[in-house]
Design a protein around this ligand. Structure first.
Ligand code: NAD
Ligand code: MG
Length: 366
């Protein structure tokens, strides 16, 4: 049965949520948001390997998550799985017009045009949960395309902002995992330290908002108060501000378009508030420029960028690869793949697997 999203949801109507990645950083915060709103009902939950019995009427650990979605027929899928493993669930929701609250950026980046085509066919809502994209969505909502000049995605710069390449040679997973402003799962935390996360977010923004890459800029704002800024053709710019707390974008997506209350404090100026911006250091953090290049090349380059990065981050966390080896692995992989567009899911799975095996081959022998 094909379910279509309604254009607007009454706040007092129940929303049946399927939460994928329920044991993760986003998953746990999503459970808190769901519990605080009687209109939100958790009907299904999934994790990769940890037990979640009793968390929801229907649960699943590992396996093909679309089986759980088929059984549960939710109104909203919150995809908070980490990595390419989230792809089938993303496509399932987009294809059926079931509202997709998307934290799992990797699936949209890898699938690219295939995901957009599925969204077109399904006709449902795609609501970003990534904080910068939730912020940009809010700044862009209802604006005519021709009035938009550019989008600035902000990033904290991660734990190694200001360091030189030499100073990054020997950094450990433990140091990379000490993020200055956000508490997140290990993969995205390492991506934040290499700036691969901002690179992935650049591609994510391109697909979400249909903006050309030259209209998307990355700027560092070390305290993570400004989440995104949109410039318009009349010289005005709209920014989205708030303390760094993922419950805000999670709640925004789950209660859209009602913008329900959260326990997060409003911005406080009583002690003063200084906002500083600086350009990212593209020499020291090459993954940002590599992601931009992969995005501009299009085809399966973004899929390969993501796949090689996943392999390299896992190797770094396992102590098999030095920090600077992450960017080198991705660069070498991108230089070797053919990158032609995926016509269907089988092509995409093949591109992902090919990039993974190239990346693995380049790793130091364990
Ligand atoms: P995490 O590592 O804390 O949690 C990942 C979740 O995915 C866990 O529940 C795990 O069991 C599940 N999972 C992993 N592999 C799976 C598989 N093969 N099948 C089913 N489930 C699987 O990660 P996180 O930090 O919560 O991030 C989740 C996603 O949200 C990522 O795509 C990340 O980029 C994105 N995101 C996270 C944050 C954040 O603050 N944590 C912010 C923005 C975006
Ligand atoms: Mg983000």
């Amino acid at each position: 049965m094909i379910r279509r999203a309604r254009p607007a949801v009454d706040f007092h109507e129940m929303k049946r949520i399927a939460l994928l990645g329920a044991t993760g950083s986003i998953g746990r915060q999503a459970i808190e948001v769901v519990k605080s709103h009687p209109e939100l009902e958790l009907v299904a939950a999934a994790s990769g390997s940890q037990p979640i019995d009793g968390l929801a009427p229907q649960t699943q650990v590992g396996g093909d998550l679309t089986e759980l979605l088929e059984r549960a027929q939710p109104d909203v899928v919150l995809n908070a799985v980490v990595g390419f493993a989230g792809l089938p669930a993303t496509l399932w929701a987009l294809e059926r017009g079931v509202t997709l609250a998307l934290a799992n950026k990797e699936s949209l980046i890898a699938a690219g045009e295939l995901a957009l085509a599925a969204r077109e066919r399904g006709g449902g809502l795609l609501l970003p949960v990534d904080s910068e994209h939730s912020a940009a969505f809010q700044c862009l909502e209802g604006r005519a395309g021709e009035t938009i000049e550019s989008l600035a995605l902000t990033g904290s710069g991660g734990p190694f902002r200001g360091r030189t390449r030499e100073e990054l040679e020997d950094v450990t997973p433990e140091e990379a995992l000490a993020h200055p402003t956000w508490r997140m799962g290990p993969k995205i935390t390492v991506d934040s330290a290499t700036l691969a996360n901002k690179g992935l977010e650049l591609i994510e923004a391109h697909f979400l908002f249909g903006l050309e890459y030259e209209r998307i800029e990355v700027v560092l704002q070390p305290t993570s108060i400004v989440h995104a800024l949109v410039r318009f053709r009349d010289g005005a710019a709209l920014a989205h501000l708030g303390y760094p707390d993922m419950r805000v974008p999670i709640s925004f997506a789950l209660t859209y378009p009602e913008r329900a209350a959260t326990p997060v404090a409003p911005l406080d100026f009583s002690q003063g508030l200084v906002l500083e911006f600086e350009p990212p250091d593209l020499e020291t953090f090459p993954l940002l420029a590599l992601a931009r290049r992969a995005g501009e090349l299009g085809g399966t380059y973004p899929c390969a960028f993501n796949a090689a990065n996943e392999v390299a981050v896992a190797a770094f966390l396992a102590g098999r690869l030095p920090f600077l080896g992450i960017a080198a692995t991705v660069e070498d992989t991108l230089a070797e793949i053919d990158g032609s567009p995926a016509r269907d899911l089988a092509d995409l799975l093949e591109a992902d697997a090919a990039a993974r095996s190239l990346a693995e081959r380049g790793l130091p022998v364990a």
